[in-house]
Design a protein around this ligand. Structure first.
Ligand SMILES: Cc1cn([C@H]2C[C@H](O)[C@@H](COP(=O)(O)OP(=O)(O)OP(=O)(O)O)O2)c(=O)[nH]c1=O
Length: 210
């Protein structure tokens, strides 16, 4: 019997600078061949609903990174994934916090109430088609005391995080309930990402190591 050729593993590009997104893909057994972060303007448009903002920014990141990808011969034929996470209280979009004051404002706003996290994923297929999905989670924080807010601000874990917290870190103790996709809150919804990839023929399970 002639040995069957081993199929080439399709390449996967993650258009992100977020270590959380990479870690989530790795957790799911999806090895990333290249990281191509896309620098884009993330300013919301006037009156733009949070879910549409997440979708628009994920698509934009994917498009920008795909142009870079197409200039790299070794990445021709790769699948490309980008994502964007938006935290919102009602229609109000919370910032991706870069200063302590911003984070403090967010924590006061989130204290004792419910908010939503939207993460949009955009896939660009090897043929250049775009596919997208949106995942959502509803989260309730405990009422935060001044001491809790001060202690959390001192950790610096809020830096660069939408809404000024990271559920996967110390802020996990503030989260009373999560309804919806936990991985969407961390930055990349695994169910939706897998659905997108497998729907476009990416053989995700074939590459799971035992
Ligand atoms: C709410 C929440 C957000 N985040 C993070 C996920 C995202 O990295 C970040 C939201 O910012 P994004 O603009 O979605 O992503 P990013 O700038 O970090 O990375 P890139 O655009 O290069 O892909 O907030 C957490 O890590 N945990 C949380 O609980």
């Amino acid at each position: 019997m002639t040995p069957q050729p081993v199929p080439a593993r399709p390449r996967l590009v993650l258009a992100s600078a977020s270590p959380r997104r990479l870690a989530l893909l790795q957790q799911a057994g999806l090895e990333v061949d290249a990281l191509l972060p896309a620098e884009i303007d993330e300013t919301p448009q006037r009156g733009e609903a949070p879910r549409f903002l997440a979708q628009r920014l994920a698509t934009r990141k994917a498009e920008v990174a795909n142009k870079i990808k197409n200039n790299q011969p070794e990445l021709v034929g790769a699948y490309l994934i980008a994502a964007d996470t938006v935290v919102a209280v009602g229609r109000r979009v919370l910032p991706k916090c870069e200063t302590r004051d911003e984070a403090e404002d967010c924590l006061h706003l989130l204290s004792g109430r419910q908010h939503r996290v939207y993460t949009a994923v955009s896939l660009i297929t090897p043929r250049g088609a775009e596919r997208r999905r949106l995942a959502e989670a509803r989260i309730r924080f405990k009422r935060l005391s001044s001491a809790e807010i001060a202690a959390y601000l001192a950790t610096d874990e809020w830096r660069g995080k939408a809404g000024g917290y990271a559920i996967q870190g110390r802020a996990g103790i503030f989260v009373a309930t999560v309804v919806g996709s936990y991985s969407a809150v961390v930055g990349l919804p695994l169910y939706e990402t897998y659905a997108l990839l497998s729907g476009e023929g990416f053989p995700a399970l074939d590459f799971w190591e035992p």
